[in-house]
Structures are given as structure tokens and as C-alpha cells.
Design a protein around this ligand. Structure first.
Ligand SMILES: Nc1ncnc2c1ncn2[C@@H]1O[C@H](COP(=O)(O)OP(=O)(O)OP(=O)(O)O)[C@@H](O)[C@H]1O
Length: 312
């Protein structure tokens, strides 16, 4: 994805508009726990961004600050050039929460109508039902809706103020495959009209399929930021493990296509995209034995990216 050029202050040089989200050196501590540890991020209007990271990475803590639900320990966050609370009060930002907020005995339409009555001005109820893909079930009681349908109902409610930015925190947890697909298809169709979407997820596949840009977070920091294919490349490849008594790093100089190397005692760990070439080299040209080849997961990419950040 080609991102809009930005100035140092994060203002789009193409449009002159402030970014949807500008986060600068954000930290958030809970007692001894550092939930966010110097996070910087700029999201431009119209982007669909996945906030991807393992449990405890700091995704929810960051989203809570963006929504004005929690205050930073230090650093700054602005949303469309103003404070998160003001942006929410203007109706510029809506969130799709994972649970709560629904009454089982109301119908889908009644739920949206009731929420609309709380706002001074909203989009027509029929429009948001249509956008969320739930017009056909408008007369159904909420208690009879599947988890996926209830999430699309929350999406319809979030659309009422016609927000510029939609924030979703792990919105598909617990949904079946079909529910996820229908939910994301409604979100994507809506985002095509220009809405900015930021969603947190654990799942690389979900980020890959539905986001234009993936921001990888670990230990409260951004450890990688790029298109889905750039991020996937970080987690691709394999690890070749071998036993080589007395090995030194210098012995591994001739290895082909190596991304990363570790030597722990007599054990060699080689991270590489072409694991066959590494294995062939180790078996034919060195005394290495006991080879094991394993796929390198996203978790590994998190770990290696985070440790390289720390040692930098
Ligand atoms: N209210 C709190 N009090 C104490 N610690 C907290 C609180 N909220 C979050 N944390 C801690 O901050 C860290 C980051 O948590 P956060 O929920 O932001 O991560 P996450 O990436 O959203 O994780 P998950 O995917 O599991 O929801 C974790 O170590 C968590 O235990």
C-alpha cells in the first residue's frame, strides 16, 4: 500500500488534513506493568489498519487511550487533530465492542432505533442496517441472532453517527468462519467509502485478508509496520537446528541465504527462507548432525523483532 506522505507533525502533505490518529511516545503503566512502552503511530484518513500482536502486547491499552477511555502515563495521542474525548464527543469516532450493550428481547431494528434516539443527529436507521448487511434480519429478536449477527448489529449502531474512524477491538473472537466472513465483508464494503478503520487482532490471517496495513506490536511497542505482504515475509521461512560440537560463529560463514544465526553451546539455530539449501550445506560440508527443520511462526517473528529492538 502506498501511504500518504506525512510531515514530521504527522499532517498529510497531500491533503493538509490532520491524521486520523497520531500517537507519539505513548506509555501506559499499571503499577509495575508497562502495558505501552513508547509507542509511535500515525494512521491517515481512509486507511484500514490492523493492530496485530500476541496476548498482552498492549493493543487494548492503546485502543482505550485512542477512544479516550483511559489516560496515557506519558506521551500524546490526537485524533483528527484534537483530543480523543473531543473526537468521540463530535461523533468522529465509534467503537465496536466485543460484548455487552444489547437487549435480547428487542428486535434488531428496535435496538438500532433506540440507540439512534440517544443522538442529536444520526444516519437513517435503514441506511446503517443496510451497510451492516442486517436489513434482512431487522425484525429478528437479538436473543435469536448468532454471535456474528450481533456483532454486525453493534457495527450498525457504531455507524449511526457516521464516524470518520471506526475502532474494533478483536471484534470476531468466538465467531465461526461464516460469521467472520460476513462481518468483515460488511466492514470492508463500508471502508471502501472512505472510512478509517483500525482493528486489533491476534490473527495474522485476519489482518492479512482485511487490512491494507499491519502494525505489529509486542511488549507495548511497534516492532514492524507495513503491508500484509511485508509483514508476512517477516514470519515466513524456517528454522534449521543442528548439533555441531565445538562450533563457532565463524564456522557458519559460508551458509547460504541466512536471515539470522544463533549458537548455543553445541547447538546451531539457523533462520532462513531456503531451509533445504542450509540443510544440504550443513550435512555435506560440515560435521553437523541431528538436523531438525521447523516452520518459523509469527510468534518467532515477534520475538526476534522485539529482541533486536531491545539490543539496538
Ligand atoms: N487494568 C489493568 N491493570 C493491570 N494490568 C493491566 C491492565 N490492563 C492491561 N494490563 C496489562 O497490560 C499489558 C497489556 O495488556 P493489553 O490488554 O493492552 O494487551 P492486548 O495486546 O490487548 O492483549 P490481548 O490480546 O490479550 O487482549 C498486559 O500485561 C496486561 O496484563
Amino acid at each position: 500500500m502506498e501511504s500518504t506522505a506525512t510531515s514530521a507533525a504527522g499532517v498529510s502533505t497531500r491533503t493538509g488534513a490532520p491524521p486520523a490518529i497520531a500517537i507519539d511516545a505513548l506509555t501506559k503503566r499499571f503499577g509495575q506493568v508497562s502495558a505501552i512502552d513508547g509507542l509511535d503511530l500515525v494512521v491517515q484518513p481512509g486507511e484500514v489498519v490492523a493492530f496485530l500482536g500476541p496476548n498482552g502486547a498492549g493493543k487494548t491499552s492503546t485502543i482505550d487511550v485512542v477512544l479516550g477511555l483511559s489516560q496515557p502515563t506519558s506521551g500524546s495521542v490526537s485524533v483528527y487533530g484534537t483530543t480523543p474525548r473531543e473526537a468521540v464527543a463530535h461523533g468522529w469516532v465509534s467503537a465496536v465492542m466485543q460484548t455487552g450493550g444489547l437487549l435480547r428481547d428487542l428486535t434488531v431494528r428496535e435496538t438500532v432505533e433506540m440507540t439512534a434516539s440517544l443522538f442529536a443527529r444520526t444516519q437513517p436507521v435503514d441506511v446503517v442496517l443496510e451497510r451492516a448487511g442486517i436489513s434482512p434480519i431487522a425484525g429478528r429478536r437479538v436473543g435469536k441472532c448468532s454471535g456474528g449477527e450481533q456483532q454486525r448489529l453493534r457495527f450498525a449502531m457504531a455507524l449511526l453517527p457516521d464516524p470518520r474512524l471506526l475502532v474494533l477491538d478483536e471484534p470476531t473472537t468466538g465467531m465461526d468462519v461464516e460469521g467472520r466472513r460476513a462481518f468483515w465483508s460488511a466492514i470492508r464494503d463500508d471502508a471502501r467509502l472512505g472510512r478509517t478503520v483500525v482493528f486489533a487482532t491476534h490473527y495474522l490471517e485476519e489482518a492479512d485478508t482485511y487490512a491494507d496495513r499491519i502494525v505489529l506490536v509486542a511488549h507495548g511497542r511497534v516492532v514492524a509496520d507495513g503491508t500484509p505482504s511485508q509483514i508476512k515475509a517477516l514470519s515466513s521461512g524456517r528454522v534449521v537446528r543442528a548439533t555441531w560440537p565445538g562450533v563457532r560463529l565463524a564456522d557458519l560463514d559460508g551458509l547460504p541465504g541466512v536471515d539470522d544465526l544463533e549458537v548455543n553451546g553445541d547447538v546451531v539455530l539457523v533462520h532462513a527462507n531456503d531451509s533445504d539449501a542450509v540443510a544440504r550445506h550443513l550435512l555435506t560440508r560440515t560435521p553437523a548432525t541431528d538436523l531438525e527443520i521447523t516452520a518459523r511462526g509469527l510468534e518467532d517473528a515477534f520475538v526476534s523483532l522485539t529482541s533486536s529492538e531491545v539490543t539496538r
